[in-house]
Design a protein around this ligand. Structure first.
Ligand SMILES: NC(=O)c1ccc[n+]([C@@H]2O[C@H](COP(=O)([O-])OP(=O)(O)OC[C@H]3O[C@@H](n4cnc5c(N)ncnc54)[C@H](OP(=O)(O)O)[C@@H]3O)[C@@H](O)[C@H]2O)c1
Length: 489
């Protein structure tokens, strides 16, 4: 990362500073920006939470967390600089009157304030009311909102409206942390800096696309949150539709937030509707039962803590998505995501069309089509599968499928992998919205997802069981096999 001197000093106010996201990601990311000398000398970090802690106790918690999550002792000089920036404010976030205490903690100067809402979205409106009541909102301030925003289109509109009463759209940064991942950003470069792909990126050259985001973990103690929301609304509505829109969008005129977000929105709006008439053909929902993940026995979803024993919440989704436009007509995008799957593995596979005629039939009866594999995690990289002659002087020409493999860790040996939150927080400080999701995108994504969720409800079918440690229910393989294709595993 280049050294950038953020021009303005900021007050970064984290609501929910002692919650899981803040402890694991936000404070660690801010510390890493400190190590890289990317925080303005006069910037401060104000942790807001409900518990009563002294500043000393808060600093001790933050220090302990940073060392736990960076898995090393830390840079002593940077740690000292970082802890000197920390301020703690106890606050009952629903109590508007109490925000006067926050006002007395914040400096009255010209610093840009960044309000990071790392709390349940249900209280975003209360926080905005409190900030307004204490006259803590100016046109220069920014607000960062975590996903998922709402649980459906209607509830997301309520939350977006509550925040829009006090902040304009260009002050609002909606996080989808996948947009801060190196490999997801690299999609823009792959597509628009390589003529090879730019000119072959449509229905004429591409047969279909697979996007898989598989997790080996279960719900990790978040049962009460997850049982209400499920994999469709937690993963497809945000991460998978964002990846899909970056993959499928038209070339933006430039890298401005306005242009990139406008092109992504067109893709989401062009998704072919899935409703009760076609939901059985186009989707699969599953729920894990007892099994083994990497040799360790794990409980099924219904036995997880804080999950209703009769829960119908899906932990796996597969979808055949189609985009109704000129570029992608007839090209399916198969989406698949689940918990407690065989391994943690996220990748995009672009299957090009097969050669129309095979002149190597004597050695290879059916030529496999080229595949571009973009590995999001682990082992980030790009791989192009192509046919090659096996060296030798045999009268017959033997050929083989090989890969050109660009592993990021081997190619760019410059140490630490930058976490998505570091990049995204820096972009917030710099006021660049291109890696954040617009309100229109969020709402278009909810509209598409709501129709599927409603259709599932109307069928009254339970999610299909799958054994923990597998690649999902057998009907997921059947979904793609109906089109004479198979998942890459
Ligand atoms: N954790 C993740 O990996 C992750 C990933 C993506 C998105 N998110 C989103 O990030 C946000 C925070 O998630 P989290 O996992 O950090 O949640 P969490 O561990 O439950 O923390 C929530 C924080 O909000 C505070 N809070 C204030 N008023 C609250 C109220 N009325 N009810 C409940 N909590 C209240 C809590 O304060 P106290 O400390 O005083 O209880 C707590 O610090 C959520 O919107 C979530 O959807 C989280």
């Amino acid at each position: 990362m280049n050294k950038v001197d953020c021009q303005l000093a900021s007050e970064i106010v984290i609501f929910g500073a002692l919650g899981d996201l803040s402890r694991r990601k936000l404070l660690t990311a801010l510390y890493q920006l400190e190590v890289c000398d990317l925080l303005h000398a006069d910037s401060r970090i104000i942790g807001v939470a409900r518990q009563k802690y002294s500043l000393g106790e808060f600093k001790a918690i933050v220090l302990e967390n940073i060392c736990t999550f960076i898995k090393e002792d830390g840079d002593k000089v940077a740690l000292a600089r970082f802890t000197a920036r920390l301020v703690y404010q106890q606050l009952e976030m629903k109590n508007v009157i109490a925000y006067k205490y926050l006002a007395s903690t914040l400096s009255q100067g010209n610093n840009t304030r960044v309000y990071y809402f790392s709390t349940p979205p249900a209280i975003y409106g209360d926080i905005c009311n409190g900030l307004n009541h204490a006259s803590l909102i100016t046109a220069a301030d920014r607000v960062v909102m975590e996903k998922p925003i709402g649980q459906c289109l209607a509830s997301s509109k309520v939350i977006n409206d509550q925040v829009a009463r006090f902040f304009t759209e260009n002050q609002i940064f909606r996080i989808d942390h996948y947009l801060g991942k190196e490999t997801v950003l690299n999609l823009l470069v792959l597509r628009f800096a390589n003529a090879l792909f730019t000119t072959n990126w449509d229905r004429n050259s591409i047969d279909h696309v697979q996007i898989t985001v598989a997790e080996s973990v279960g719900i990790e103690g978040r049962g009460s949150f997850y049982d209400e929301i499920g994999q469709m609304r937690d993963m497809i509505q945000s991460h998978l539709l964002q990846i899909l829109s970056l993959l499928a969008m038209e070339p933006p005129a430039n890298l401005s937030a306005e242009n990139i977000r406008a092109e992504k929105l067109k893709v989401i709006k062009a998704l072919s509707p899935i409703d009760r008439t076609n939901v059985k053909d186009k989707t699969v929902r599953g729920q894990y039962c007892d099994g083994f993940v990497k040799g360790i026995e794990v409980l099924g979803y219904l036995h997880e803590e804080d999950v209703n024993i009769n829960s119908e919440t899906e932990t796996f989704v597969a979808i055949k998505a189609e985009i109704d436009n000129w570029r992608w007509s007839g090209v399916p995008f198969y989406l698949r995501t689940g918990k407690r799957m065989t391994t943690k593995h996220s990748e995009i596979v672009v299957h090009f069309k097969a050669q129309p005629h095979n002149i190597f039939r004597r050695s290879y009866s059916e030529l496999p089509a080229n595949k571009l594999i973009i590995r999001l995690q682990p082992d980030e990289g790009v791989e192009l599968q192509m046919m090659n002659k096996i060296p030798g002087i045999d009268p017959q020409m033997y050929i083989q499928e090989n890969k050109l493999d660009l592993s990021f860790s081997d190619t760019y040996q410059n140490g630490r992998v930058i976490d998505a939150y570091e990049r995204l927080l820096l972009e917030v400080l710099n006021g660049n919205q291109s890696l954040f999701v617009s309100r229109n995108e969020v709402e278009a994504a909810w509209a598409w997802v709501d129709s599927i969720v409603d259709a599932w409800k109307s069928t009254n079918e339970s999610p299909k069981p799958y054994v923990a440690g597998s690649w999902g229910p057998t009907s997921s393989a059947a979904l793609i096999a109906r089109d004479d294709r198979q998942w890459i595993e």
